[in-house]
Design a protein around this ligand. Structure first.
Ligand SMILES: Nc1nc2c(ncn2[C@@H]2O[C@H](COP(=O)(O)OP(=O)(O)OP(=O)(O)O)[C@@H](O)[C@H]2O)c(=O)[nH]1
Ligand SMILES: [Mg+2]
Ligand SMILES: [Zn+2]
Length: 295
């Protein structure tokens, strides 16, 4: 018998799937079919009532990837609606981390939310305003959804809740910013959910090593992912890079040269916009760093 299912978690050669009636089952992969990702919709063959094999991976709407040191794409999860970029005062975000994520999310055509967790530490810690922590208002003005959260105290997680419902969301960000803690706070039945995911220990807080999809009681999904030190972007050409800086768009057509990289070219409208303040200078500086890194 063949049935469609959703992949909740994917290990080496096997994973846990969920059927439309909510039932969960461990299943095996076949080399010929390939390895599905968390969030993949698959067709499975069930034999003897209990053992399942993935026979087909259904077409993907998108795949969220990161690039490794050799710029090869590594899949994290598939079929997403929204990516929550989680940052915190501690560990402090690296300089272009948010921009890297925003570029990747833009290229997938899905929605970002920038979440500043451990927000209660902002008041205590003196932080450099010229870092992502000091730019939440700028992001909001640019039209991005932002949320300040704390898993320990005020402001809590209530502002985040309504942004997630009925969507497939993934939490990404540096290790230790509180992605798993947010999931813990957002999902009251997390223990029950982890209980049905066979390989998970559920032994409290520890570094996440596997990407796992949970259900939001009100509808929708929430995916936890392992933390990164730096989010690696794949090779992007200047056009793809600039298109991810959406506020540059009114200016890119006004550059003197069609193939302007918006760097040192004469009469570059983007650079002039940054000089006049029409584009935030720190965003332009970030663009230049990413441009030079992408070769
Ligand atoms: N002060 C404070 N600490 C928090 C908050 N949220 C999480 N923490 C703490 O931060 C530490 C790391 O939290 P995790 O939820 O494991 O972080 P993570 O992002 O899942 O880390 P990885 O799984 O390694 O990627 C834990 O000690 C949490 O108790 C918060 O809002 N405020
Ligand atoms: Mg975690
Ligand atoms: Zn230009």
């Amino acid at each position: 018998m063949k049935q469609d299912a959703l992949v909740l978690v994917s290990y080496g050669g096997q994973g846990t799937i969920e059927f439309s009636n909510g039932e969960r089952l461990d299943c095996m992969y076949r080399r010929s079919v390939g390895r599905p990702y968390c969030g993949d919709r698959v067709e499975v063959e069930i034999t003897h009532g209990q053992s399942a094999v993935v026979t087909r991976i259904l077409p993907r709407e998108n795949v969220f990837v990161r690039a490794d040191a050799r710029l090869r794409k590594q899949a994290i999860a598939a079929n997403l609606d929204q990516v929550l970029i989680v940052i915190a005062p501690h560990p402090a975000p690296s300089r272009d981390l948010v921009e890297r994520y925003l570029l990747a999310i833009h290229s997938l055509g899905i929605q970002p939310v920038i979440v500043l967790n451990k927000a209660e530490l902002l008041a205590e810690n003196k932080y450099n305003p010229d870092t992502p922590l000091g730019r939440m208002e700028d992001y909001q003005k640019m039209g991005y959804k932002v949320a300040h959260t704390s898993c320990k105290t005020a402001p809590g997680i209530d502002s985040l809740k309504p942004l997630l419902e009925h969507k497939v969301n993934i939490l990404v960000g540096q290790s230790g910013v509180g992605k798993s803690s947010l999931i813990n706070s957002l999902l009251p039945d997390l223990k029950i959910q982890t209980g049905t995911l066979s390989r998970l220990t559920g032994k409290g807080i520890h570094t996440t090593t596997t990407t796992i999809m949970y259900s939001i009681p009100a509808g929708g999904r929430l995916i936890d992912s392992p933390g990164v030190w730096e989010y690696g972007l794949w090779q992007m050409d200047p056009v793809e890079l600039a298109s991810g800086f959406t506020e540059f768009q009114p200016f890119v057509g006004q550059c003197k040269f069609n193939d302007c990289r918006h760097d040192h070219e004469p009469q570059c409208a983007v650079r002039m916009a940054a000089e006049s303040g029409a584009v935030l200078p720190w965003r332009y500086q970030s663009y230049l760093r990413l441009l030079h890194q992408s070769g």
